[in-house]
Structures are given as structure tokens and as C-alpha cells.
Ligand binder design. Structure first.
Ligand SMILES: *[C@@H]1O[C@H](CO)[C@@H](O)[C@H](O)[C@H]1NC(C)=O
Ligand SMILES: *[C@@H]1O[C@H](CO)[C@@H](O)[C@H](O)[C@H]1NC(C)=O
Ligand SMILES: *[C@@H]1O[C@H](CO)[C@@H](O)[C@H](O)[C@H]1NC(C)=O
Ligand SMILES: *[C@@H]1O[C@H](CO)[C@@H](O)[C@H](O)[C@H]1NC(C)=O
Ligand SMILES: *[C@@H]1O[C@H](CO)[C@@H](O)[C@H](O)[C@H]1NC(C)=O
Ligand SMILES: *[C@@H]1O[C@H](CO)[C@@H](O)[C@H](O)[C@H]1NC(C)=O
Ligand SMILES: *[C@@H]1O[C@H](CO)[C@@H](O)[C@H](O)[C@H]1NC(C)=O
Ligand SMILES: *[C@@H]1O[C@H](CO)[C@@H](O)[C@H](O)[C@H]1NC(C)=O
Length: 830
């Protein structure tokens, strides 16, 4: 018996560990650079005497050279908004320069040289003496970024190495974050928030190479589906950051060896060393500085913030109708149902399965009658099939090619496939055009969003290439795939975005979900954390995954509720629905071999918990909508780690802030009977435990830790004292009509008796908020002195809001200082 069991275990382990993804030691350039101590003769000197100032471009240039006679050029410039740019190029060779990623071509501002000796050069942005760059001659030369009198970032050139042309185009460099205690970034990894030590801990460096990482592990530095080469260095005093504008594969070693000077060593496969440096000084500042370069998303349509129901796959149109009908019948709110690959005719995108989806228009009419939307999957691989118009029209023209000019063909869902070359504007236009209603036959307005999956891209059964493209493939403009690998998915969503905009004549804000992404993807798509697993560690890591994504502009983030692989036990499923309430994108999804898990299939007690979670989400939709408006306006994250608002609250990965006013601390541990909450702030900060169901509110002081008893129905969240939270309490099963509801206003008074808040509203669909200022931003104030009152006024936009509220619920902190639960209900007239 025992032997038999062991044997099975061994087989299972072998099966799941069969990992095709390489470690650094298996990748030539990584292993070479990681163990490469640059020698003295390779150290570069900055020839400060030969500085060249271009007054037209505001770029300062310096020659760099070493004893081995390698000649480089250093370009330094300041951009507006406390950002600097550093480029190092080889004098005798041109490398690929990334395009498309930045939101706009940044232009350099005037600068002043305030110190110049043979050994040192100090420059400031003109008129901004708090920010400076100091270049020291060396060798090795160094470049420091200082804010006020403190050096924040140190570009230490002792590890600056460029590979020569014959061997490849890899390069490496090192950046130190002086004064920082924690580094964050290198999104996406399924790990805790703080980047971990990789050098001393003998772990692989963090890897950024987008791959189809199904069943990925948590607590790992391995590559996943998306890559954003940004690192923020943080301490409770200040924050600074860097962004490497480069889409090639890269590995990054992190070390905290030197106290208060953690550092990151980048090892990059190709492309240009083009580094943006952010001065901060606060977390809010660095995020804005980064997002200013790579852009912000437009407002999402309101319905996209509702709940999404998905499965691989709903096999028939009748199945889809049944799910939607049952969700309604059992009172589970939802806004959209999703079709995975099986809705197509043989995995040919833009077609319908003639047997099981014989009446797509009828299906969409039915969904529309229930106020639901349909979202379908469209992948980048195109079936090689001479009867398939999408293939025929693209053959030889719009596909990624081998070096000899023939179309690359690889195996994917449809079998042999070619892949759209999204780097080509013509190929993007070709692909975009298939989204038109008259091209995607059977699509109607109810097909309101698109899901771009498998876009790392995924190629089956080529472990030698880690199941993606070989690096030598050639894109439009003779660009080698190696140089743009990490932006392939980004480019697909750019094409889809163009397609949906054109399809809907710019009247609707496109909704796209993407699995693969890069810096700047927020301009086109929402993203989710990919094919996770229905197990507790995967639930626990969702908060750090989406919070880090929010810190790099990718605010519309979520994780598959319940986990994609495996069957989650009911307790886990319930906890996942509760935690998912507070992430910007909220979708249940499951793999083909899992048991059906639509919420109405569970016993009543489980249904109650899931229903409450979904309703809690719908009640707070306008909170999210208002926060999206703030992101659209200034780049701020929708959900935030505690340290974003409270710089010393680090390493508390299971708490998040929704904007500034809601603290969510869901239960994410199996069998938990208690939950310990670390209340941010100091003795003047208070948090009200919000319990919209029982109306039992308690007050808690900032800076304290409290342990709450929790049963399966409790998933604590809190409103900040001083905030006004607008809730829509009307029972609805979708967002339809929600903007016209009577709201309930929670005025959560601070110790002085004040509360303030904002509410954003618009038509929920169009670009009029952008083009015609057709929106309404209300500022609300609650006060107790000199008299009690509630005041609101429109502070922005020209849409007159039909602002009606049913009740104002006031919470106040008792004057005694003895914090006890109170609840005062005021029901004023307007
Ligand atoms: C600076 O940042 C603000 C806010 O993000 C943005 O509106 C502005 O355009 C930026 N300035 C420049 C010159 O890029
Ligand atoms: C996570 O990984 C690190 C380093 O690989 C290891 O030391 C640690 O024990 C792991 N933690 C968990 C919870 O698995
Ligand atoms: C159609 O749906 C049935 C389940 O009802 C499934 O067994 C069959 O494989 C589907 N056919 C296609 C072509 O997807
Ligand atoms: C081009 O190269 C690929 C990969 O080496 C090869 O499979 C294909 O047959 C070649 N095509 C032609 C026309 O030579
Ligand atoms: C949709 O139908 C039109 C007209 O019959 C045809 O030209 C087009 O290729 C079809 N689209 C697809 C994806 O088959
Ligand atoms: C309200 O909460 C407090 C503290 O958790 C608890 O002692 C009390 O029983 C609750 N009251 C109601 C009515 O639920
Ligand atoms: C609260 O918990 C944190 C994290 O465990 C700890 O660092 C802190 O000292 C605690 N604060 C108090 C007031 O006990
Ligand atoms: C405002 O709301 C009222 C009551 O819900 C409704 O009758 C009216 O049509 C709305 N007005 C506008 C302009 O939407």
C-alpha cells in the first residue's frame, strides 16, 4: 500500500515540476553576466572635459571610454515633473530603440551646470535646485541623482558592461537606492510586495520575459505573463524610482547587503540602455512621474466594474443563457458573461461554432434583455487554413516571419498557426478591421468587450524556446523579436483598442482584458494575473500582485476568483469572493477540467456569503468609479498598499486601501477564526468598521493592532474617519440604472466632527467626459460646527448630476475618547 502511494506521489511531483522555463544558469548571457566581475581595465571614465551641450535638445553628452578602448556615449537630460533620463549608447553601433511604449515623446527641459571641475559635474533642471545630477569622472564613473542634499539613486558604473556584436547585444548595469529600506516593482511576479534578496539568498534573479506560465508558483522570481521594468526604492522618509525603457528579456538581481543601499543589477538581452530616473520624493510623486511617461487609461465603462462570470468554456449558447438566467433568479448581480475559445469555429477567431453557437445574434439579444454583456476571446494566433479569410488576407504580409522571409508557423489552439505582427501599423490595422460588426459576423453591440489571451505569445510544444517565439524571428522594419519580446501582448491590445474604437465610431470606451502586458498597457487594456490555482497561497498573493500593478499604472487589475486550476474548497471560494470585492477587476473563472462553480450551484449558506460579497461590490461601485476618474486625471493608483499613504507601514501584504478612504482586510487564511488588523495612521487617525448589513459600527484608532473574531460571513473593511463614502444600496442585478439611483451617504466624522469626499459621475459609456467635459465631480462636506450640516457642490464638469440621496448615515467618534461603537442615523430632506 505505502509503496504504491509513494510511487504515485513521485510521478505527480515529476509531472508538475517538468518546468520548461530556464534558470539564469541555463541562459548564456545571464549566466555570463551574473558571474562577471568587471575588471579595472573595463571601468569607464566620464570625460567631463569633453562635455557637449546641445542647447536645442537640452541634452548633455559626455564620452565614456575604458582602457580596452570601448567607446560609449552618455546622454543626460531632465524632463519636467522631476524626472531625468540617462541613455548610454555605443559609438560604433546602433541598437534597436524602442517605439510605441511611451505615451508621448518626452522632451527635455533646460538645465544649468552649477559645478564643473575636472572630476565632477553637477547639473540642475533650470530653476529647480532641489533636483540634481552629479557625475564623477572615475574610473569607474558614477552618476548620482540627488533630491535636496541627499543622494537617492546611484548609477554605479562598476558593472556597466556591453557585449560586443559577435557575441550578442546583452548589457548589464547596476543601480543603488541610497537611503531605501525596501525595493518594490519588477511587476509581475507572484510574490510578496517587497522585492526579495536574490544574491545572498542564492536564488535566481527576478526574470522579466513574458511566457505562458500556466500553473505558476507563488513565492518565486520566475517570469510570468507580463513585464514592467520599474523599481521604486522606498523608506519612511522618501521614495525614488527607475524605469528601464527596454522590452527585451531581462534578469534583475536584488541585494540588500549594504545597509540602506539596496541595489538592482540589470542583465538585459538586447536593445538600448535607456533609463528614466524619478526623484520622488513621495510614493505618490514617483508613481505620477512614471505614469506621466507611459500614460493613463481612459475611464472604463461603468458596467466593466461589475462582476464578470467566465469559464473555459461555456460550450453552448443554451448553457450561456442558463447561467445568466440562474444568476438572475438566485439574485447574484453580474454584468458580463465570457466566452473562451470554444465559441469559435475550430478556434478561428471572428467566427462562431456552427453547431453550438448557431445563433450568436439571438444569444446577444437574450443577454441584452437581461442587461448583461458578452465578452469573447480573440487570440493573436491565426489558424493556417486556406479557407479562413483572416489567414488568407494576412498570409505573407501581416505575420511574424523567419529570417528567410517566410511566415513563422507554430502550434496553438487551432493547430498550425501564424501570428499577427503587431509591430507593423498595417498589420495592426488589418487585425483591427476584423472587429467591425460586418467583418466579425454575428457580433452586435452586446458583444461589448474583448479578451486578448495567449499573447506572450504562447506557442505549444517548443520547450527549446520556452513555448514562445524563438528570439531570431523578424518583425516589421527588420526588428528582431528578441528586442521587443516583452511588448508583443501590449501591441496586440493596441490593435484591438484601435479596432473597437473604430467599430463603435469612437462612441464607446473600449474594454479589453489582456493576459500579457508591458509598460504602458494601461492605455489599452485591463489585465488579470493569469492562470492561477485554486489554493490558499494564490488567494493570498492576489493583493500584492494587483497593488504592485496599480503602482505602475496598470490600475484595472484582478485575479481569477476561485483560481483557474483545481477545484477550490467552498471555504476558499467564499474567501476569494470576499477578497475580490476590493480589486478593480472582478471575475470568476475556471479551467475546463474543474467542477462547475457558478455561485447558485452551492448550498444556501455558501450562496449567502457569495451574494453578500457581490452586493458589497455593487454598493461600492461609485467609489471605484470615482477613483478611476482620479487615476485618469493624475495617474494615482485605485488600490494602494498601506505604505503608499502611510510610508512606515511596510510588509503588510494582506491589507489594501481603496483610494484613501476604505481599508480592506479580508480573511485569506484557511480555517481562520480571527483576523489581526494593523490600523494605519497615528492617534489622530480613526477607522470605522463598516458593516452595512447589521449596522453595527465600531471605531478603531490608528497605530494600533486589533484582532477580530471572524466567521465565514465576516471579511472586515473599514471607512476612514474624515471620509464620506457614497453607497448605492438599491438592490440591482447589474449596473443598469445604477447611476440614477438614490444614494446613501456615509459621513464618517473625524474627531473634530468633519468629513469630506468626492463623487464622480458621467454617462458611463462615452468619451464625452473627455471631449465635452460631460461629467460631474461633486465635493461633499459634512460638519458639526457651527451647526450640523451637509453641503455638496459641483466642482468640475458640466453634466448636471441628478444627485439624489435617500439618507445620510453619520458616524461620530464619542467625545469621551473612550472609543465605543455608535451609530447615529440622520435622514434629512435634501
Ligand atoms: C507633469 O505631470 C502632470 C500630471 O501628471 C501632467 O499633467 C503634465 O502634463 C506633466 N508635464 C509635462 C510637461 O509632461
Ligand atoms: C519563499 O522563497 C524563499 C527563497 O526562495 C524561501 O527562503 C522561503 O522559505 C519561501 N517561503 C515560502 C512561504 O515558501
Ligand atoms: C458542443 O457542445 C457539446 C456539449 O453540449 C460538446 O460535447 C461538443 O464538443 C461541442 N461541440 C463543439 C464543436 O464545440
Ligand atoms: C525559412 O526558415 C525556417 C526556419 O529555419 C524554415 O522552417 C523554412 O522552411 C524556411 N523557408 C524557406 C522558404 O526556406
Ligand atoms: C463575414 O462575412 C463576410 C461576408 O460574407 C465575409 O466577407 C467575411 O470574411 C466574414 N468574416 C469572417 C471572419 O469569416
Ligand atoms: C456589535 O459589535 C460588537 C463588537 O464586535 C459586539 O460585541 C456586539 O454584540 C455587536 N452588536 C450587534 C447588534 O451585532
Ligand atoms: C502592530 O503590529 C506590527 C506588525 O506586527 C508591529 O510591528 C507593531 O509594533 C504593532 N504595534 C503595536 C502598537 O502593537
Ligand atoms: C432625474 O431623476 C428623476 C427621478 O429618478 C427622473 O424622473 C428624471 O428623469 C431624472 N432626470 C434626468 C435628467 O436624468
Amino acid at each position: 500500500m505505502i509503496t504504491g502511494r509513494l510511487l504515485i506521489l513521485v510521478l505527480l511531483v515529476n509531472f508538475t515540476r517538468c518546468d520548461i522555463y530556464k534558470s539564469c544558469s541555463e541562459v548564456t548571457f545571464c549566466s555570463k553576466f551574473r558571474n562577471y566581475p568587471a575588471t579595472r581595465s573595463e571601468y569607464f571614465t566620464a570625460e567631463i572635459g569633453e562635455v557637449n551641450e546641445d542647447k536645442m535638445t537640452n541634452i548633455l553628452t559626455l564620452p565614456l571610454s575604458n582602457e580596452k578602448d570601448v567607446k560609449l556615449e552618455l546622454q543626460v537630460s531632465f524632463l519636467s515633473n522631476f524626472t531625468a533620463r540617462l541613455r548610454i549608447t555605443e559609438v560604433n553601433r546602433k541598437r534597436y530603440e524602442l517605439k510605441e511604449v511611451l505615451d508621448h515623446e518626452p522632451h527635455a527641459v533646460k538645465y544649468d551646470i552649477t559645478q564643473q571641475t575636472n572630476h565632477k559635474l553637477r547639473i540642475h533642471p533650470h530653476g529647480l535646485h532641489d533636483a540634481s545630477i552629479i557625475i564623477s569622472r572615475g574610473a569607474p564613473f558614477s552618476l548620482e541623482l540627488a533630491y535636496k542634499t541627499h543622494t537617492r539613486i546611484n548609477f554605479d558604473s562598476s558593472q556597466l558592461v556591453f557585449e560586443s556584436a559577435e557575441e550578442g547585444e546583452a548589457f548589464s548595469f547596476n543601480v543603488g537606492f541610497q537611503g531605501s529600506t525596501n525595493l518594490y516593482g519588477l511587476h509581475h511576479h507572484a510574490d510578496r510586495m517587497t522585492l526579495r534578496e536574490t544574491v545572498e539568498a542564492d536564488s535566481d534573479p527576478y526574470r522579466l520575459k513574458n511566457v505562458d506560465a500556466g500553473q505558476y508558483q507563488t513565492n518565486s522570481t520566475k517570469s510570468l505573463y507580463g513585464a514592467v521594468p520599474v523599481i521604486y526604492g522606498h523608506s519612511k522618509k522618501s521614495t525614488s524610482g527607475i524605469f528601464l525603457h527596454n522590452a527585451a528579456q531581462q534578469w534583475v538581481d536584488i541585494t540588500y547587503k549594504e545597509k540602506l543601499k539596496p541595489s538592482a543589477r540589470f542583465i538585459v538581452e538586447g536593445g538600448t540602455l535607456d533609463l528614466f530616473l524619478f526623484f520622488g520624493p513621495s510614493f505618490k510623486d514617483v508613481v505620477r512621474q512614471y505614469v506621466d511617461l507611459t500614460g493613463r487609461m481612459h475611464m472604463p465603462q461603468l458596467w466593466t466594474l461589475g462582476y464578470h462570470q467566465c469559464r473555459y468554456s461555456y460550450l453552448t449558447q443554451d448553457d450561456v443563457k442558463e447561467v445568466v438566467t440562474k444568476m438572475e433568479e438566485y439574485d447574484f448581480p453580474m454584468d458580463a458573461i465570457w466566452l473562451d475559445i470554444d465559441y469559435t469555429d475550430g478556434k478561428k477567431y471572428f467566427t462562431w461554432n456552427p453547431q453550438n453557437y448557431s445563433d450568436p445574434v439571438g444569444l446577444q439579444k437574450y443577454l441584452a434583455s437581461m442587461n448583461k454583456r458578452l465578452i469573447t476571446i480573440i487570440d493573436p494566433h491565426i489558424k493556417v487554413d486556406s479557407d479562413y479569410p483572416v489567414y488568407v488576407g494576412g498570409q505573407g504580409k501581416y505575420f511574424v516571419k523567419w529570417e528567410n522571409g517566410s511566415d513563422f508557423q507554430g502550434d496553438c489552439w487551432p493547430g498550425l498557426s501564424s501570428y499577427i505582427d503587431f509591430l507593423s501599423p498595417e498589420a495592426r490595422a488589418y487585425f483591427a478591421n476584423w472587429y467591425r460588426y460586418d467583418k466579425f459576423n454575428g457580433s452586435t453591440e452586446t458583444l461589448a468587450g474583448i479578451w486578448n489571451d495567449m499573447n506572450e505569445p504562447s506557442v505549444f510544444n517548443v520547450p527549446q524556446w520556452e513555448n514562445t517565439f524563438p528570439p531570431e524571428l523578424v518583425h516589421y522594419g527588420n526588428v528582431r523579436h528578441r528586442d521587443i519580446h516583452n511588448m508583443y501582448g501590449f501591441l496586440q491590445t493596441k490593435a484591438t483598442h484601435e479596432g473597437l474604437l473604430a467599430r463603435d465610431k469612437h462612441l464607446k470606451r473600449p474594454f479589453i482584458l489582456t493576459r500579457s502586458y508591458f509598460a504602458g498597457s494601461q492605455r489599452y487594456a485591463a489585465m488579470w494575473t493569469g492562470d492561477n490555482t485554486g489554493d490558499w497561497p494564490y488567494l493570498q498573493v492576489t493583493y500584492s500582485e494587483c497593488v504592485l500593478s496599480n503602482l505602475v499604472g496598470h490600475v484595472f487589475c484582478g485575479a481569477d476568483v476561485g483560481g483557474f486550476f483545481w477545484d477550490p474548497e467552498p471555504e476558499l471560494l467564499q474567501r476569494w469572493y470576499q477578497a475580490g470585492v476590493w480589486l478593480p477587476f472582478y471575475r470568476g473563472h475556471a479551467n475546463a477540467d474543474t467542477k462547475r462553480r457558478e455561485p447558485y450551484l452551492f448550498p444556501d449558506d455558501v450562496q449567502t456569503v457569495v451574494r453578500n460579497a457581490l452586493k458589497t461590490r455593487y454598493k461600492h461601485l461609485l467609489v471605484f468609479y470615482t477613483l478611476f476618474y482620479q487615476h485618469v486625471t493624475n495617474g494615482d493608483p485605485v488600490v494602494r498598499p498601506l505604505f503608499y499613504e502611510y510610508p512606515d507601514m511596510i510588509d503588510i501584504d494582506d491589507h489594501i486601501l481603496i483610494g484613501t478612504d476604505i481599508l480592506a482586510t479580508p480573511v485569506m487564511e484557511k480555517g481562520a477564526k480571527t483576523k489581526t488588523v494593523h490600523f494605519p495612521g497615528n492617534e489622530d487617525t480613526f477607522w470605522y468598521r463598516a458593516d452595512l448589513c447589521t449596522g453595527n459600527w465600531t471605531v478603531h484608532r490608528g497605530g494600533t493592532n486589533e484582532t477580530f473574531n471572524v466567521d465565514i460571513q465576516n471579511s472586515p473593511y473599514f471607512y476612514r474617519a474624515g471620509s464620506i463614502v457614497v453607497v448605492t444600496n438599491k438592490q440591482r442585478t447589474s449596473t443598469e440604472g445604477l447611476l440614477d439611483d438614490h444614494f446613501t451617504i456615509y459621513a464618517n466624522a473625524d474627531p473634530k466632527g468633519y468629513a469630506t469626499g468626492f463623487l464622480y459621475s458621467d454617462d458611463g459609456v462615452s468619451f464625452d467626459y473627455q471631449d465635452k467635459d460631460y461629467f460631474c465631480l461633486l465635493e461633499m462636506k459634512y460638519y458639526t460646527h457651527p451647526v450640523y450640516g451637509f453641503h455638496y457642490e459641483q466642482v468640475k464638469g458640466n453634466m448636471e448630476l441628478n444627485f439624489s440621496f435617500k439618507e445620510i448615515v453619520v458616524h461620530e467618534i464619542p467625545e469621551s475618547g473612550n472609543i465605543a461603537p455608535i451609530s447615529i442615523e440622520v435622514v434629512p430632506g435634501k
